[in-house]
Design a protein around this ligand. Structure first.
Ligand code: ZN
Length: 68
């Protein structure tokens, strides 16, 4: 499974530091769940942002080639 530990970029282009829980959100919602339950958006970051929005967290910058 792909992992990108550490900081990523938010939708404003600023550093977005992720907690361990937020990394897990990405790995589960972005990569694991689509494999088990079927494709969501086709993009792991888009999947992550759906949950981030629901939780009131900063959304992450879109990554075109970050597939589920
Ligand atoms: Zn990923």
């Amino acid at each position: 499974m792909h992992s990108r530990v550490g900081s990523v970029v938010n939708t404003n282009g600023n550093e977005l530091k992720k907690t361990g829980g937020e990394v897990l959100i990405h790995e589960i919602v972005g990569h694991a769940a689509p494999v088990l339950a079927g494709s969501e958006t086709g993009n792991a970051v888009d999947n992550e942002n759906v949950v981030r929005k629901e939780l009131g967290l900063q959304e992450r910058e879109r990554e075109e080639n970050h597939e589920e």
